[in-house]
Design a protein around this ligand. Sequence first.
Ligand code: ZN
Length: 314
Amino acid sequence: MTEVEDPHPKRGELLIDITKASVNPIDYYTITSLKVSPLPHIPGTEFTGTVSQLGEEVKGFSEGDRVAIYTRFFDGRCDMCIKGREMLCRNGGRIGVDTDGGFAEKIAVNSLQAFKFDGPEEIAASLPVAALTAYHALKEAEVKLGTIVVVLGASGNTGMFATQLARKMGATVIAVSRKSWPKELGANEVVDYSEAEKVVREVTDGKMADVVINSLGAGFWDSGMNLLGVDSKLVTFGTLTGHEVKLDLSKLYSKHVKLIGTNRGSLREFSELVEICRDCKVRVWKEFELEEGADAVRSVLSRERDGRVLINVS
Ligand SMILES: [Zn+2]
């Protein structure tokens, strides 16, 4: 850990004392392969904390407020922002990749990105990436009451939220995982990969899934495609198992399948999550101290990982 000067909140910003951060694969790639700014760089795309200072003209917050933070910055003025797609802002970016992030004691953020949140810290530290990515994917797939949703990788960072948020949205959820604990997240069925096709067929009376969430990438592409029914949607937003796939176009069009790529979520969706995800469950695998940040980041790609990796900051 390196000592750096404390940030100062500029006009419209809040200074946050970070209390807890979560580790995602993107933090690993931030350190190893992504183009980042500034250098030297503080990673950390997912974190929560307490307001410790208000910049000029900030309204609606007080010192000591606990906040959940939308960890993408955006200009609020471009065509994407105007239509509520802040994550695609033409002049935006990712806190922790394109700016210094939250594996630190303090950070200054635009107050527009902060939402008061008094739920558990491990939830606040899971909303910006894990929960938001999952929620946005489900919204893009128009999941509603009665939708049959299959979540591949249901015990992963986004998978655990896709499972429970789809249930909250009224879906029937078939969680595909090598673990059994996604049952505790409310999944209607939890099945291993080898059983997935059979169980989805049984549960749906042969109709197969309306929506498949593939956060894992190429390694699970074919199994995901095989689970889709007619007029269905496959949503993908991760490439941990590879990013190049073969696609049978005749299956795609004959079943009228929509392929949807998603990337995090909007500010509005984040504000919705702050309400609907207060009682979400977070499976924690390991907690590290800030001084052990490098070990924490390395551990996120461990094959033994079974739940989230968190960093305690204070
Ligand atoms: Zn914009």
